[in-house]
Structures are given as structure tokens and as C-alpha cells.
Design a protein around this ligand. Structure first.
Ligand SMILES: CC(C)(COP(=O)(O)OP(=O)(O)OC[C@H]1O[C@@H](n2cnc3c(N)ncnc32)[C@H](O)[C@@H]1OP(=O)(O)O)[C@@H](O)C(=O)NCCC(=O)NCCS
Length: 190
């Protein structure tokens, strides 16, 4: 949902370029736990112009693989937090909502955002293809809100076949522009 934290710092730009050229870096994903929740809170406070409540972080601990931290050479530099949403009237179906997905600016364009997004899509797919229906209602869609000015995030999600399916005027209360696109990707239900 957030806006990009832009940087014009040349040091950071060259750092990013040289990292992309090298093959020695290590990208890893890790669980969100009570013990590292502080890292997720710090990341979100830098990445998004929205204050997330204690309730948000409590819920994050309940979603298992749908919340992850991303590490670049063991430094925690990104994260994703999703929410599972039931669809009224269709108990066998659900949606996955991406509440936050972000990577610190100096570590962008290195594949970390892709690693986080792929992880949650693969987990949703594994639930959808699971033969045990009691596991969880199948996910028909993954969606999120993005500020209409956030071209970086829009390009990122479009690359992974998300489509703009709607616009909500005045979705955000304290940031400009206040309007949000709804980006959505349909998922296969087997
Ligand atoms: C959106 C975001 C998560 C992408 O993370 P990232 O780690 O830079 O993503 P990746 O390195 O995996 O990029 C994958 C692809 O996205 C596209 N992309 C990423 N940044 C882009 C940019 N600034 N302009 C155009 N395309 C871009 C590219 O196609 C890229 O593929 P390529 O490396 O083959 O060129 C990151 O920009 C971010 O954290 N933004 C701020 C938080 C935010 O707005 N989150 C979205 C709302 S929840």
C-alpha cells in the first residue's frame, strides 16, 4: 500500500549497480516471529507512510508463510505481510490481500521484491492444489492497493501479471495523492 522511499544518493545508486553485477550476494527469506517483530516494525515505518497498529502485527504472527522477512547477505532489508480474506457467501473460496510488501531503497532492483512475491504466490498455489479441502478455502485472487503515483510498484506488479481493476478516490487519508489503484491477479483453483 505504501509509497516508495526515493533516494538520489549516488553512493547508494552505485552500490546498487555493483551489487547487481556481482554474483556473490545471498538472498534469503525468513519467518516473522515474536523475536524479530521489531525488525519488521522498523522496516514498515521506513517503507510506508502509514502507522500499523499492534493488532496488525499480532495478525501477522497468525498468517504463517504469508508473512516473511527478506535478507540480503544476512541484513534484514525487506518484508511482506498478507491477510487471508473470506468471501461472504462462498465458504470454499477466499482472497489473499497484500497489506505491505517492501524493500529498502538501496536494495531494490536486486530481486528481493520478486523473491517475496513469488513466495506468497507459491504458497497460495500450494494451498489451492492441496487435496485436503479443510486446509483452507482456495484463493481465487491476490490483490492490493497502491497509491496511484507509485509507478515503481505498479511496474513491479504488472511484470507479474497483476492488472489494475479499479481506482478508489480518497483511499488514503494523510498522503497525496490520496487515490489508490486496486491491483489484482487471478489465481488458478484446481
Ligand atoms: C515494489 C518493490 C517492492 C519492488 O522491489 P524490488 O526488490 O526492487 O523488486 P525486484 O528487484 O524483484 O524487481 C523485479 C522487477 O520489477 C520491476 N521494477 C522494479 N523496480 C522498478 C522501477 N523502479 N521501475 C520499473 N520497473 C521496476 C522490474 O521489471 C524488475 O525486473 P528486472 O530486474 O528484470 O528489471 C520496491 O520498489 C519497494 O519496496 N517499493 C516501496 C514499497 C511499495 O511501494 N510497495 C508496494 C505496495 S505494497
Amino acid at each position: 500500500m505504501g509509497v516508495p522511499t526515493t533516494t538520489t544518493d549516488n553512493t547508494l545508486t552505485s552500490l546498487k549497480t555493483s551489487r547487481k553485477q556481482t554474483t556473490s550476494h545471498r538472498i534469503a527469506l525468513g519467518d516473522v516471529t515474536q523475536n524479530n517483530m521489531g525488525q519488521l516494525k522498523r522496516l514498515n515505518s521506513v517503507l510506508f507512510p502509514v502507522h500499523y497498529t499492534d493488532r496488525f502485527y499480532k495478525d501477522v504472527l497468525e498468517v504463517g508463510e504469508f508473512a516473511k522477512l527478506a535478507y540480503f547477505n544476512d541484513a534484514c532489508v525487506g518484508g511482506v505481510c498478507c491477510r487471508k480474506e473470506l468471501i461472504a457467501g462462498t465458504p470454499e473460496k477466499s482472497k489473499l490481500y497484500i497489506m505491505t510488501l517492501g524493500v529498502l531503497a538501496p536494495y531494490r532492483n536486486l530481486g528481493l521484491g520478486t523473491a517475496l512475491l513469488k513466495h506468497i504466490l507459491e504458497h497460495a498455489h500450494s494451498i489451492n492444489s492441496s487435496p485436503t479441502p479443510q486446509n483452507h478455502p482456495k484463493f481465487t485472487e491476490v490483490y492490493l492497493h497502491v497509491q496511484t503515483s507509485n509507478n515503481e510498484a505498479i511496474s513491479f506488479y504488472k511484470k507479474y501479471d497483476f492488472e489494475i481493476v479499479g481506482t478508489i478516490q480518497d483511499y488514503y487519508k494523510k498522503i497525496t495523492p490520496p487515490d489508490a489503484y486496486i491491483l489484482s491477479k487471478k489465481l488458478l483453483v484446481e
